[in-house]
Design a protein around this ligand. Structure first.
Ligand SMILES: [Zn+2]
Ligand SMILES: [Zn+2]
Length: 388
């Protein structure tokens, strides 16, 4: 087969021969390096196709584990034995609002963004959707109690990939950090839950955010406007203040932070786990709420500098040194072009890209030099936690 042209798409690699067009799923090319210019990839594909035609027995296709659109096969959904007393975090999304890969990078006529192209490869840790996390607790009735923090624009895609894989089904509570689209834009998609899994979904949000949702998702807040017979999410909104409240028997302490000048967002503390996904400044009164933190999940948008609404990695590391959690996982990462980078405070000339592995290598040095246990999180990361 002569390969005339190939293009990269999300999960497929199109191989054109002179007589036919063959769609090769990306999973059939696990050995390819996708973070290189297209011309180099074409050479790789040619070599790979030739190799497989010579040695068809060596072609490894794992048909049982991957499905189209990144859905991971049902793995653990029915395993509920022994979950009593267990608790865990599952990162549904760890990226910025537009997600990674960015469409603008993949369609750029001349620039080749290695992080975004790497992110097109299935399983690559640079692939990031809107920040969101699940906290779940095993109950004595062999059922997980599941708390979802934020349901942003890409909630459906995150749930599609990770809910079957981790056996997440019911949602016992949804906590909103704030009402931006990447935190609340997926509330409409909860219709699948309230139509087919559970009668209603409890959503906890501040009064200021409920006022915003009454405009952006008016039909979910005021169900009297719904046309009869229309199926929309059946959400029960519970207003919260900045005082602690209880969900699924767990004390949840809001962590008020600034997310831009004059705009308040919430982090949440459950047990000794603190989650702050959208922050540009931590008010003095919030620091005591972060004391004795076991795991801190903290916003770090860029590797070089903070923006008006988000911490960059240098500022996030300053906060980590001040808060002193036992372990830190950064979230909300953007991919950054080399050309856009300024020199960072700590990693001068080393911090080229917010590439998962490269940044984690640098962060690992901090563990040696100052005992700081900090790394980037990634979509699908699961961590066992102790909620006492
Ligand atoms: Zn990019
Ligand atoms: Zn936001």
């Amino acid at each position: 087969m002569e390969l005339l042209r190939c293009t990269r798409l999300d999960l497929h690699f199109r191989v054109f021969s002179n007589s036919t067009t063959i769609l090769k799923p990306l999973k059939q090319f696990p050995s390819l390096n996708y973070g290189v210019p297209i011309q180099n990839m074409q050479l790789q594909v040619r070599a790979e196709v030739a190799r497989r035609e010579e040695n068809p027995s060596q072609v490894e296709v794992n048909k049982s584990s991957l499905y189209v659109d990144g859905v991971l096969r049902l793995q653990k959904s029915h395993i509920t034995e022994g979950i009593q007393g267990r608790s865990e975090l599952i990162f549904l999304g760890t990226g910025t609002s537009e997600g990674i890969p960015r469409v603008s990078c993949l369609t750029h006529p001349s620039k080749e963004c290695s992080v975004c192209w790497a992110a097109t490869r299935f399983g690559n840790k640079n692939r990031r959707r809107n920040t969101s996390i699940v906290i779940r607790v095993g109950t004595s009735s062999s059922r997980w109690k599941t708390i979802l923090i934020d349901a942003g624009k890409y909630f459906y895609h995150s749930a599609l990939q990770w809910f079957p894989y981790y056996g997440i089904r019911e949602l016992d509570a949804v906590l909103l950090t704030h009402s931006h689209a990447d935190a609340a834009g997926g509330l409409d998609d909860l219709r699948d839950w309230t139509n087919n899994i559970q009668a209603t979904a409890q959503v906890y949000a501040t009064c200021r955010d409920l006022e915003v949702l009454a405009k952006t998702h008016y039909y979910l807040v005021d169900t009297s406007v719904i046309t009869a017979g229309t199926a929309v999410s059946n959400l029960q909104f519970t207003p919260i203040s900045e005082d602690p409240f209880f969900v699924c028997g767990l004390k949840v302490t809001p962590l008020p932070v600034w997310h831009g000048a004059g705009y308040r967002s919430l982090g949440f503390r459950v047990g000794d786990i603190c989650y702050i996904s959208d922050v540009s400044g931590i008010p003095e009164e919030t620091y005591p709420l972060l004391s004795n933190c076991e795991i801190l999940i903290l916003d770090a948008l860029r590797p070089d500098y903070s923006t008006a609404t988000h911490f960059g990695l240098p500022q996030a590391l300053k906060e980590v040194r001040k808060i002193r959690p036992n372990r830190t996982l950064f979230t909300g990462m953007l991919e950054v072009h080399t050309i856009d980078l300024c020199e960072s405070l700590k990693f001068k000339s080393m911090m080229h890209l917010m590439d998962h592995d490269k940044i984690n290598e640098l962060l690992a040095q901090l563990k040696i030099s100052e005992g700081l246990d900090a790394e980037l999180s990634y979509d699908g990361l699961q961590i066992s936690i102790n909620l006492g």
